[in-house]
Write a protein that binds this ligand. Sequence first.
Ligand SMILES: Cc1cc2nc3c(=O)[nH]c(=O)nc-3n(C[C@H](O)[C@H](O)[C@H](O)COP(=O)(O)OP(=O)(O)OC[C@H]3O[C@@H](n4cnc5c(N)ncnc54)[C@H](O)[C@@H]3O)c2cc1C
Length: 302
Amino acid sequence: MQHDAIVIGGSFAGLSAAIHIARARRSVCVIDAGLPRNRFSDASHGFFGQDGGEPLAMIAEASAQLQRYPTVLTMSGAAVGASAIPGGFEVELAHGVTITAAKLVLAFGISDVLPEISGLTERWGKSALHCPYCHGFEYAGQRLGVLQTMPMSAHQALLIADWGPTTLYLNGGDLPDIETQAKLARRGVLIEPAQIARLQGWEDHLSSLLLDDGREVAIDALYLAPRTTLNSPIAEQLGCDLDDGPLGPVIRTDAAKLTSVPGVYAAGDAARVPHNATWAAADGVTAGVSLHQALVFEPLAA
Ligand SMILES: Cc1cc2nc3c(=O)[nH]c(=O)nc-3n(C[C@H](O)[C@H](O)[C@H](O)COP(=O)(O)OP(=O)(O)OC[C@H]3O[C@@H](n4cnc5c(N)ncnc54)[C@H](O)[C@@H]3O)c2cc1C
């Protein structure tokens, strides 16, 4: 059976797209590998009506609500490939099964590639953080740090100083230019040039950074902007144009969340900067509604 739509990725973006397609009484199959980007955090903040919700529970509830619609099929696992076929697209699943649809939504998200510093991975999403709007309030007034990972890290430190006393950790990298150093000084941001040997603290809490020169500096939360990768090569396989985002590749979309390939929509972190769950969900709504309207109006234009 050919579906009207296949959604690859069943999290904030994919489930938001799918519910709008389902509410328009079109058939939609959601394939999801079950590894949302924020699974490392115990709480998701700032989402309308669900501030502080547990990420996997929020997604499970949205998935359960979606499954009340009779035209929905959900499948667990990863889509491993996709290609255009006459009248639509074919998506291949991990165990060799293929499914087909008239349209696709790519909502498979991105992954963070953390710098290799001892003690960082196990604290990611807990006391090593990517976004002050998501987790900054919980660390307000405490000892904050920003790890320099990119040219914009100094800008991040200027911002994060709004949440508490902040140090920019160059980790052996270059000093910001003189103008930026002056701005950092005006914001009270300290600069620590030394390389970081290790993050230290009890379980996933952070209490100090051990520097390469043997000093230990006290800290409660360390912010960083890691490089990101798309979770699947399917956009490239389909021929979708990508842009070089500040942190990694981004699937190019128009205002309707249509990619450069007709019939293929993309939503969420894989297709936007900046990122958060609300924007991902909103993009999913746009993709789902656009896709449905294309199903209605494209045949009329033929
Ligand atoms: C540590 C951390 C904490 C965060 N905290 C917050 C917060 O408090 N508030 C907030 O608003 N935002 C937060 N974010 C950002 C938020 O996680 C993302 O913006 C949001 O998850 C993006 O939603 P998405 O649907 O685009 O992608 P994701 O949520 O990453 O979901 C993508 C889904 O697609 C699946 N998938 C991947 N590849 C395939 C495939 N080939 N086939 C099938 N399925 C596939 C994945 O397994 C996953 O289930 C946080 C991010 C991080 C890293």
